[in-house]
Design a protein around this ligand. Sequence first.
Ligand SMILES: O=C(O)CCC(=O)C(=O)O
Ligand SMILES: [Fe+2]
Length: 205
Amino acid sequence: MSVFQKLAPYRIIRGFLGEELVEQLLAYVQDSQDGFEPTRVGSGENARMDPEIRTSVVLPRLGPLKKALISRFDAVSDWAMEDMKLSPLSVKLQEVELVAHGDGAFYSRHIDTQMQNPDSSRLRVLTAVYYFHASPKRFSGGELRLHSFLLPEHGGHYQDIEPERDMLLLFPSWAPHEVRPISCPSGAFADHRFAINCWYHATGA
Ligand SMILES: O=C(O)CCC(=O)C(=O)O
Ligand SMILES: [Fe+2]
């Protein structure tokens, strides 16, 4: 199988933060509901809303939980880079955002590495997504679909990864992926698919 037909590596860590932090996060998003804004695609001056590509809402702040969360996200990147054979590139956590997907929300196939940015020190190398929806889960769909470079009709492959409560998923930022459409019949904000996106930038080899 050619490199273009293969999936990028990925890693899953279950029980990543523990129930206490999950409940604190759910309380935080519920309290902060008014601060969520529509997500955008592109970056810098190209950033724009595009409901054909991405529909969800984002909160750019982690609030009082920021310190506890950042230290946990910081602590996994060296292991993840090494285990996925992405080292010796060093990375540093540089961007964090909290995203909610409600009924009908999705994010079509994309990569997270932003190519229009010429400064390679700001390059997204590693993506981590932490899932923390309410229990019992009241949405379906919303799988993270990890793609090979080639589409299935050209011999490519994909793998659907189910978001589980308190699970961290890590993969290279340049791997094509998508969020499959969510069905959340209640429409209640508390029942949305909640995730924290983390992007680690290259700091050198
Ligand atoms: O929520 C997810 O599973 C992934 C989200 C994503 O791909 C992104 O925001 O770039
Ligand atoms: Fe992404």
